[in-house]
Design a protein around this ligand. Structure first.
Ligand code: OXD
Length: 308
């Protein structure tokens, strides 16, 4: 078999991925974009924002494996409709997301930037924190469920909004418009973990903010385009929201001219909430390829016609 790693990333990152294959004992040829491979020999395409569009010469592909949990970056890649597609999921991805969300909620409550500044100025800046109990998680997929369970353990009151009802210990399951309204009305924190689809694009916007009653902090760890970016600063200015913790953006890297950089109540991290562990992605992709070769479905299958 041969593998195509069609990823947008720095040369050193792509080279490191090639090395990871070797380290894991996979001796099959691994090709990077622009390298002179025989397209017909490729069985596995590992993709992150792939550059290739014409797949007509790739006659032997058995599986497309997304490097990440999200698959919106694959929607316009032009894959033939009958190629199986899988996304990445694994314990390391869940753990990292849980750690990011818990850390950022705690950082917000303790107002860490204020404390860091006080330390820099050798000032004892005691304050009594800004606490909140009620969390609404938008999207109860694998990552959303892990986050919900972890926040319950931390003592938060957690609701999760999803397409179909979910049974999760200690988590209130909300569905539909009325469920969303109920969750928004009492949320102190709103965490977006929805996949980006036509239905969720710009969902986090003024219409949603108008239904919030407790000036929540919004955390976006799903996809940037789920947030209507132009609606955010107005919602902060009129006090519908208290703050925004953003890890993902419509355009990444976030352009220097974005007003988000300098807003005091917007925290920015560079899409690092949960980074895929290369070894875990490679292992899953090889296992998935074996399953597909044996006639079964891959783990974490994706239906690109449904956008997730
Ligand atoms: C992902 C991501 O989709 O890192 O996993 O955004």
């Amino acid at each position: 078999m041969a593998i195509l790693v069609d990823m947008t990333g720095s040369e050193s990152r792509l080279d490191a991925i090639k090395t990871d294959f070797k380290r894991l004992g996979i001796t099959d040829p691994v090709w990077l974009p622009g390298e002179d491979c025989d397209p017909a020999s490729i069985e596995l395409v590992l993709a992150w924002k792939p550059q290739q569009r014409d797949w007509s010469a790739y006659t032997g592909v058995k599986l497309v494996q997304s490097w990440g949990a999200g698959v919106d970056h694959l929607l316009d890649a032009g894959f033939p409709a009958d190629w199986p597609v899988a996304r990445f999921m694994g314990q390391s991805l869940k753990d990292r997301m849980v750690r990011y969300v818990c850390a950022q909620l705690s950082n917000w409550q303790l107002d860490m930037p204020r404390l860091v500044q006080a330390q820099n100025e050798k000032r004892w800046d005691w304050h009594d924190g800004r606490w909140g109990e009620q969390v609404l998680i938008l999207g109860l997929g694998e990552l959303g469920q892990s986050v919900a369970e972890a926040l319950v353990v931390q003592g938060y009151k957690v609701s999760g909004w999803s397409q179909s009802p979910k049974q999760l210990g200690g988590v209130e399951s909300l569905t539909g418009k009325s469920g969303l309204n109920a969750g928004l009305a009492r949320a102190d924190y709103l965490i977006n973990l929805l996949p980006l689809t036509s239905a969720t694009r710009a969902l986090l916007g003024s219409e949603l903010w108008a239904r919030c009653k407790r000036q929540p902090v919004v955390m976006n760890v799903g996809r940037g385009a789920s947030l209507a970016e132009d609606d955010l600063i107005p919602a902060l200015e009129v006090g519908l929201l208290s703050g925004a913790i953003l890890d993902v953006f419509e355009t990444e890297p976030l352009p220097p001219e974005s007003p988000f950089w300098s807003h005091p109540n917007i925290w920015i991290t560079p899409h690092i909430a949960s980074i895929s562990d290369p070894s875990d992605v490679i292992r899953l992709s090889i296992d998935n390829l074996r399953q597909v070769r044996a006639g079964g479905p891959p783990r974490y299958p994706v239906d690109l016609s449904r956008e997730y």
